[in-house]
Design a protein around this ligand. Sequence first.
Ligand code: 5GP
Length: 176
Amino acid sequence: MLKEKVISAEKIQKVIATLAEEINADLEGRDPVFVGILKGAVYFMTALTLHLNRSVVVDFIQASSYGATTESSGTVTLIKDVTVDIAGKDVYVIEDIVDTGLTLADVVALLRARHPRSVQVVTLLSKSSRRKIEIPLDFVGLEIEDRFVVGFGLDFAERFRNLRDIWEFVSDQEGA
Ligand code: 5GP
């Protein structure tokens, strides 16, 4: 069940506008490709790129490192690859939330193997306390506590992605 609203839609939009300002300044002199990690980053990617003041290439990658559990295995399975050539490009990886960091580390390694000029990571949310692997985050929207959240792209069993606000989700047993 949805336990508590953690981040309002208004706050999310403000955070994204601030991130976009920083990224706009960083785009100078770059040949950018924005790579969103499906499916969670779709809403963030859309909102963020609409704030950018120049044209950028947009693509998506889908990786799965979670099986039936909520813990990352650290071994990424590529479900959908990017369709553009990123060699020599400045890649911005767009992620909804960085938890252990294992998924992102795998995706970044996979992208780096294609010889982009640079790879930077942009995440809307970060749960630093849960990190299992050191991974530099170049642009972070908000730090959050160790709570399982849904909404604005984030799901529980594929549900709740289209909520405008971000909520803490607890299973019915925990919430009872
Ligand atoms: P990591 O490999 O960093 O542990 O996992 C990152 C992925 O786990 C995110 O892209 C997201 O799909 C999922 N994840 C991590 N924390 C949460 C959370 O609080 N809520 C939801 N819905 N997904 C999460």
